[in-house]
Design a protein. Structure first.
Length: 446
């Protein structure tokens, strides 16, 4: 490539060399500039590349940016000021403007951007009360994010010192408007969360136009407030001003001074509250003492009545002890007397029963002796029975078919055989044989 300081009339460039030369001149000689115009042909490619044309009544320039550089919703027709550097794309010789920052111009554009971002963040739930953090009742460390030179910081400090003293207050001075304000606001929020934690953060600035408050309508600032672990109280502008930061903050205050009032309790009010609670506690203690005293008196009276009743009963029992003892002794004597009488009566009845039983036994013994067959035999009788069965023979029909019988006498037994009528009766030895007829036997037997 030829030297830039050579005589242009004697230098011949290639197309690429000339485009590179123009690109160097644009980027190094022109540098970063701001351009105001109206957006047209706005579009986003692949979710990260933004392109649009910026025009005025006489000319148009193509603009290029990335989504992470633009933190506000843009659309056709918006009046904006873009800040960036001009550039020539060498391969095609196409001229464009690389945008680094966009600021809205005009009331209409600002309002439309505000409503579009508000709708987007509402859909995502950043304004939902469920995500709001509660404020500490008595903070010890307070962080302030605002301009270090404006009236807002003085108002905040005046209110804090007037309401409650002895607190640690830390100021993070930032730009509150302009193209660099969103970056400084986000950085201050992250600083208190990551490096220097405090109990609560007051976030705000004094009043201004919608364009002056544009930094507080930044999407990056809103997401930084939402991600904060530390509760944030937003006091931005005046009461009629409403910003995106107000909506996403944990508590919205009407002004910076009101934000300080919300964060710090009033010493006089706390003193009155403590006095009121002290009197209330004293009354409650007195009421509780009176209640317990009344309850104790009732319990004491009940106990005294119980004890006196018990003592009266015990005295009555003690008085009746001799009587009860005499009665017990008398009952014991009667019982012993009844036992002795019962014993005598029982002994007499047992003796009578024994004598009666003995007499009856002797009578039965005599009867058995009289009925004993052996005794009858001694008086001259005999008993005849069948030899095989041992059954006594009382009738002629009882004589067995074989005719064999036995006759028992007082001193022995006679065995006999009875034949048919007219036959002789044979006696077993050693008895003698006797011939008798059946009729003779009958006579002899009866």
């Amino acid at each position: 490539m030829q030297s830039l300081f050579s005589d242009p009339s004697k230098i011949i460039y290639t197309v690429k060399e000339f485009n590179e030369l123009v690109n160097i001149v644009l980027t190094e000689k022109v540098g970063e500039v701001s351009i105001q115009g109206e957006i047209t042909g706005y579009q986003i490619r692949q979710g990260k590349w933004i392109s649009f044309d910026l025009k005025d009544s006489e000319s148009v320039i193509n603009c290029f940016a990335t989504t992470y550089q633009i933190d506000m919703p843009l659309s056709d027709g918006m009046e904006v000021v873009v800040t960036g550097t001009p550039r020539l794309y060498v391969p095609y010789g196409k001229y464009s403007f690389n945008v680094r920052n966009v600021q809205l111009k005009g009331e209409g554009a600002l309002k439309k951007a505000f409503e579009d971002l508000k709708k987007k963040l509402t859909t995502e739930g950043l304004f939902d009360p469920i995500h709001k953090r509660s404020l500490p009742r008595f903070p010890e460390k307070i962080g302030i994010i605002t301009s270090g030179e404006g009236a807002a910081v003085n108002d905040i400090l005046k209110v804090i010192n007037g309401r409650w003293g002895g607190l640690e207050i830390y100021l993070a001075p930032v730009l509150v408007q302009g193209k660099n304000a969103p970056d400084e606001l986000v950085g201050a929020i992250q600083y208190f969360n990551q490096r220097f934690p405090v109990d609560v953060v007051i976030f705000g600035r004094g009043g201004g136009s919608l364009e002056d408050l544009q930094a507080f309508n930044s999407e990056r600032v809103a997401r930084a407030i939402f991600a904060s672990r530390i509760p944030i109280v937003a006091g931005i502008g005046h009461e009629h001003n409403t910003s995106i930061a107000d909506l996403v903050a944990d508590v919205r205050a009407a002004t910076p001074s009101n934000a300080a009032e919300i964060c710090v309790p009033d010493r006089a009010a706390i003193a009155r509250e403590v006095e009121f609670l002290s009197h209330k506690a004293e009354r409650l203690v007195q009421q509780r003492i009176m209640s317990h005293r009344h309850h104790l008196n009732n319990q004491t009276q009940t106990l005294e009545l119980f004890v006196s009743t018990r003592f009266a009963r015990i005295r009555s029992l003690i008085t009746r002890v001799p009587q009860l003892l005499h009665s017990y002794q008398e009952k014991t004597r009667l019982i012993h007397q009844k036992i002795a009488m019962s014993h005598t009566h029982l002994s007499q009845r047992m003796n009578d029963r024994f004598e009666t039983s003995l007499r009856q036994l002797k009578e039965k013994e005599k009867l058995l002796a009289a009925l004993n067959p052996t005794a009858i035999l001694k008086r001259g009788y005999s008993i005849t029975y069948a030899t095989g069965t041992g059954t006594p023979i009382t009738r002629l029909a009882d004589i067995p078919a074989d005719g064999r019988i036995r006759t028992a006498l007082s001193d022995g037994i006679i065995e006999s055989h009875i034949s048919e009528a007219g036959r002789e009766i044979k006696k077993s030895p050693p008895a003698k044989t006797v011939k008798i007829t059946l009729e003779k036997a009958q006579e002899t037997l009866f």
